[in-house]
Design a binder for this molecule. Structure first.
Ligand code: PEP
Ligand code: MG
Length: 582
């Protein structure tokens, strides 16, 4: 096949080279991981056991059928038994486990998808409809397998997996979480925007990814060779040998550069002319603290607590209990060994629903999201506040509230915090009574009415991802408007710089925790505006530090002020480029 190139949106840097692994929507619902050689036969046995259980189930259903039930019912079960006994279900997935080292669920879904695709091509309608039977049988086996999910064998590290590239129409942030075990080396999706939460999770995994590729999942075939250039947002399919060589060389160079950056871990982030900058980490789970510490972070600037609430539709309690949350928050603060941990209260909604199927709002990004949802569900919110407060007895925690725009929302939140404190005091539970409370500045109205916030709160954190979405009125998830997502729009620069300046004037610390903070192309601009606290994925931290170490604020600040007076996009872009060379 001839090589071709697809253009999309770069979301996570670096180069990935590997074979395409197409994921159908159904496949996204199961766990994907690779198993060690020694565990292959145990995994094969697990799948065989599940198939045997379904056999017994079907037999039980058959013999339990009332005598007068229609003959088709028995025939229907017979078809399922036949399918289950056919080597295409009873053997091929076992071979997939043996040859590719996929876990049982993944191997089974891979085969079901393959069979479904073959059935789609059959002209005969009767036969084509048998596809549904195959899927139903597959689902039965999957149910048994996932019912035993807690006893799954442990994950194999980065072995043979290191060169599988996921290609899918779309991946939700919740589905993306499944890939945290690093079974894949890159992601390509048809949908998505630069700062969709799916893209953010890909970045936090530090794996090259490109989204908004329109019909990549239709154009790329299973096992095609694929190069993702995560910096340029391009995907090269079936590259020529010379192109492959060039990219391998670039990949090796990038790996060497990264290694060099590793030497900066213990170096304090101080500009050439002596200004210290705080570099914090964005995390989704307490376990991410290890990566934060490893990158030399001064603390956690954004713990996106909503990830603890996702992927739980099968759980007995849909929401994590107060104790379960407390354990997670405590784990994070203990792991950070005295460094501050900023926990953001639940920011559910928009592209991070509890459950995609339940999303009903016409414009969820403008709907009952984040603090709006929390204030509408006071018991749930109080339980999260109590869990965070209890964890504050184990180390420095700051509380960050997302999506505030009205004074009364701040007041209600503070009232509820006081209530949570009173409940804990009554229950004789320890907490930090002076816990600092801050607001995300991510709605333009908030950035334009800062005195309301400064008066009531201890610190501010600018969420540029949403601030850009709401200021420019573009959905951060929608690839069709992704070209309008522009951090350097003069309106954004105005809101950012005024927030930083007003915070400084009032003595209220301001950080940026949106994706702009981790973009090295913007580090100097933000420093020039006066920003002294950056929060980003641990993977971006050392590159940002390198930028800081090389810059002279005495030169940069006056030039930044000039940029802030510009309105022409071309002039702004050129000036920001120039700033990087100063
Ligand atoms: C933001 O909006 O910039 C932010 C940091 O929060 P999130 O990306 O989770 O909405
Ligand atoms: Mg946000």
């Amino acid at each position: 096949m001839a090589s071709f190139t697809l253009h999309g949106i770069p979301v996570s840097r670096g180069i990935a080279i590997g074979r395409a692994h197409l994921l159908a929507p159904a496949a996204l619902e199961v766990k994907h991981y690779l198993i060690d050689e020694q565990q292959v036969e145990a995994e094969v046995a697990r799948l065989q056991d599940a198939i045997a259980t379904v056999h017994r189930e079907l037999q039980a259903i058959w013999s339990g059928l009332p005598k007068d039930s229609p003959a088709e019912l028995g025939a229907f079960i017979d078809v399922h038994v036949l399918i289950l006994s056919d080597p295409m279900i009873s053997e091929t997935p076992l071979n997939i486990i043996r040859s590719r080292h996929y876990n049982a669920e993944w191997a089974l879904v891979t085969q079901i998808d393959e069979l479904s695709a073959q059935f789609d091509e059959i002209g005969d309608t009767y036969l084509r409809e048998r596809k549904a039977d195959i899927q139903q049988v597959g689902e039965r086996v999957l149910k048994i397998l996932t019912g035993t999910a807690t006893t799954l064998p442990h994950l194999a590290g980065d072995s043979a997996s290191a060169n599988l590239i996921v290609v899918a129409h779309d991946i939700s942030p919740a589905d993306m979480l499944q890939f945290r075990d690093r079974a894949f080396s890159g992601f390509v999706t048809d949908l998505g925007g630069q700062n969709s939460h799916t893209a953010i999770v890909a970045r936090s995994l530090d794996i090259p990814a490109a989204v908004g590729m329109f019909n990549a999942s239709a154009l790329i075939a299973q096992d095609d060779w694929v190069i993702i250039d995560g910096d340029a947002g391009i995907v090269i399919v079936d590259p020529a040998a010379t192109v492959l060589d060039q990219y391998r060389e670039r990949q090796a160079r990038q790996q060497r550069d990264r290694k060099k950056l590793g030497k900066l871990k213990k170096t304090p982030a101080i500009t050439r002319d002596g200004t210290a900058v705080t570099l914090l980490a964005n995390i989704e789970f307490p376990d991410d603290c290890a990566a934060a510490l490893d990158a030399g972070a001064n603390g956690v600037g954004l713990f996106r607590s909503e990830f603890l609430f996702m992927n739980r539709s099968g759980a007995v309690n849909r929401l994590p209990s107060e104790d379960e949350q407390f354990e997670s928050y405590r784990k994070a603060v203990v792991a950070m060994k005295g460094r501050p941990v900023t926990i953001r209260t639940l920011d559910i909604g928009a592209d991070k629903p509890f459950d995609v199927a339940e999303q009903t709002a016409l414009n969820p990004a403008l709907g009952l999201r984040a603090i709006r949802y929390c204030l509408a569900e006071p018991q749930m919110f109080l339980s999260q506040l109590r869990a965070i407060l209890r964890a504050s007895a184990f180390g420095p925690i700051k509380l960050l509230i997302p999506m505030l725009s009205h004074a009364f929302e701040i007041d209600q939140t503070l009232t509820m915090l006081a209530q949570a404190k009173a409940q804990l005091t009554a229950a004789r539970k320890n907490f930090d009574p002076a816990i600092k409370v801050g607001a995300m500045i991510e709605i333009p109205a908030a950035a334009l009415t800062l005195p309301l916030f400064i008066k009531r709160l201890d610190f501010l954190s600018i969420g540029t991802n949403d601030l850009i979405q709401y200021t420019l009125a573009i959905d951060r998830v929608d690839h069709e408007v992704a070209h309008l997502y522009c951090p350097l729009h003069p309106a954004i620069l105005y809101l950012l710089s005024t927030t930083i300046a007003l915070g400084a004037k009032a003595g209220v610390p301001v950080s940026v925790c949106g994706e702009m903070a981790g973009d090295t192309k913007l580090t100097r601009l933000l420093l020039g505006m006066g920003l002294r606290e950056f929060s980003m994925h641990p993977a971006q931290l050392l590159a940002v530090k390198q930028e800081i170490l090389g810059c002279d604020l005495g030169q940069i600040a006056p030039y930044t002020r000039k940029i802030l007076r510009m309105v022409e996009p071309a002039a702004i872009n050129e000036a920001v480029e120039h700033l990087r060379l100063m």
